[in-house]
Write a protein that binds this ligand. Structure first.
Ligand code: CP3
Length: 339
């Protein structure tokens, strides 16, 4: 079993820097498209054998040091009572707008409402036993609220922000319920065998630092505090958090995910001993190989040999990236850091 990823999460020395890619299973891989052409995205998420198959594909194809469960941050929202479709972006037919909508939301019973997620985790632990650790994941409460209130993706999530400022009691009730659900969902993944947890806060960085502190931090902090974290590192990724890392750090967690808008070395100066994950611009994977290598080396140079680095992109891999460039990037990280 390759333990580099877990060792680096705990800040331990490693023989070479571990690497994986956010959204590493997906449409840029022809192998994924072959499985995906036979079913919908949600059917894929709900069939443990298929979810496990596409989870393992990037481990074998790219040679990454960790696998991330194939699912979506919105899978546990459907059993809260919200009809969900992917077209291909997520769409909720009846977004949350009122206190009555919030009160109608259920807290799912994980074993019976999302058995497929827990079965996929159990299956993957068996299939990955001699390979790499399995990362489970969920959305941060704020990013989940963005989609639940807006009903779909958005540039500014104005409906959610309007609720946050104009109806703070509705916002607080919603965030409270999502946080409770999220804690049970992630603890169920840990109980099923997830060896690390990543919390995705894709939209947390669109708030001012003071609004982040007031409207997001208390919920993510409660979530992370409520996880059964013994031996299970928590990676907290807030996209766009570069100017407020010292606030985001207060949420807790073991590893800070970084996007490419920060210099990794300067971010580490702010974060102290905390391990970090990141932070190559995902579009670098469209560049010629010598530029990919130059940019990988630049990130490694910014880290300056400090322990507690997990190499990753600064956000998810893009669907049109040539797989051979992702393979090359992973190889660069391993080759340039081999002790
Ligand atoms: O990383 C992995 O390989 C595991 C799988 C994974 C998916 N979604 C599969 C997926 C993970 C970790 C996610 C997280 C996710 N989902 C986030 C947070 C990370 C991020 O990218 O910011 C968010 C915001 C979502 C919501 C979501 N799901 C969107 C906006 C979309 C459509 C746009 C897109 O990037 O595809 C999805 C659909 C989705 N989730 C697909 C996949 C492979 C594509 C669906 C398809 O095959 O048609």
């Amino acid at each position: 079993m390759n333990t580099r990823f877990l060792d680096a999460c705990w800040g331990q020395p490693v023989d070479r820097v571990p690497v994986w890619l956010m959204r590493q299973a997906g449409r840029y891989l022809p192998d994924y498209m072959r499985v995906r052409s036979k079913c919908t995205f949600l059917e894929l998420c709900k069939t443990p054998e298929l979810a496990a198959e596409v989870t393992i594909q990037p481990v074998d194809i790219l040679g990454v040091d960790a696998a991330i469960l194939f699912s979506d941050i919105l899978t546990p929202i459907e059993p809260m009572g919200m009809e969900l479709d992917f077209t291909p972006g997520p769409v909720f037919s009846k977004p949350i707008r009122t206190m009555a909508d919030v009160e109608a939301l259920k807290i799912p019973k994980m074993e019976t409402d999302v058995p497929y997620v827990l079965d996929a985790v159990k299956l993957l632990r068996k299939e990955l036993a001699a390979k790499v650790p399995l990362i489970g994941f969920g959305g941060a409460p704020f990013t989940l609220a963005c989609y639940m209130v807006e009903g779909k993706g958005s540039k500014d999530f104005a409906a959610l922000k309007k609720m946050m400022y104009a109806e703070p009691e509705v916002y607080a009730a919603l965030m409270d319920k999502i946080t409770t659900m999220d804690m049970e969902y992630l603890n169920a993944q840990i109980a099923a065998g997830a060896q690390a947890i990543q919390i995705f806060d894709t939209w947390g960085g669109m708030l001012s630092p003071s609004d982040y502190e007031r409207y997001v931090l208390p919920y993510t902090q409660r979530l992370i505090n409520g996880l059964n974290r013994t031996n299970v590192p928590v990676i907290h990724f807030v996209k766009g958090a570069g100017t407020m890392l010292e606030i985001v750090k207060q949420a807790g967690g073991d590893v800070m995910g970084l996007d490419w808008h920060v210099n990794l070395g300067k971010a580490r100066d702010v974060l102290g001993d905390m391990a970090v994950q990141g932070n190559l611009d995902p579009t670098v994977l469209f560049a010629p190989k010598e530029i990919i290598e130059r940019e990988v080396k630049r990130v490694l140079d910014e880290n300056a040999g400090r322990p507690g680095l997990i190499f990753n992109l600064g956000h998810g891999i893009l669907p049109t990236v040539p797989p051979e460039n992702a393979i090359f990037m992973v190889d660069c990280v391993h080759r340039l850091t081999q002790k």
